[in-house]
Design a protein. Structure first.
Length: 158
């Protein structure tokens, strides 16, 4: 199974470019790498490190949505579907409040559509605790090819 994941990652398009590496904070990029590797709790930690610092309010809201979307899959990994469904709703609420189509080069609408496709089985269940978790593919985060400069974004915290 692990070799299958590595093989799929090797065939998948790159999640970001060198230009993204130069523009965005290391915590954001690390979170993307961890998330795409299925290390959802670690992705949460990487994004949370940035979120807890001095960041622009829009970036803070965006990172909170990303943190919550990673926690969805962490909850599923540890058998907490009800908590996962609550986190999905909370993440969507953050993205709605942000009100942006693209932020930090992530196409938010596309990412949310991937989340919904991955979680349809959970979102439509009357009781998430009574559902048997099927095999499913979490979204893969791939940033838009052209990096987007965002407000007061700085690569590292002072």
């Amino acid at each position: 199974m692990e070799s299958e994941l590595v093989e799929n990652l090797n065939r998948a398009p790159a999640a970001y470019t060198d230009a993204h590496l130069e523009l965005y904070p290391v915590e954001y990029i690390a979170g993307i790498d961890l998330y795409n590797a299925g290390e959802f709790h670690a992705a949460h930690d990487a994004w949370e490190e940035r979120w807890m610092g001095e960041v622009d309010p829009d970036e803070k809201l965006f990172l909170q949505g990303m943190i919550q979307s990673a926690v969805i899959f962490h909850h599923l990994q540890i058998g907490r579907p009800g908590a996962a469904r609550r986190m999905y709703r909370m993440a969507c609420e953050k993205f709605d409040r942000l009100g942006r189509d693209v932020f930090m080069s992530l196409d938010i609408a596309q990412y949310r559509a991937q989340l919904e496709r991955s979680l349809t089985w959970l979102l439509t269940a009357p009781d998430p605790k009574a559902v048997t978790q099927p095999e499913f593919e979490p979204p893969r985060i791939i940033l838009r090819r052209e990096p987007e400069v965002v407000g007061q974004l700085t690569k590292s915290r002072d």
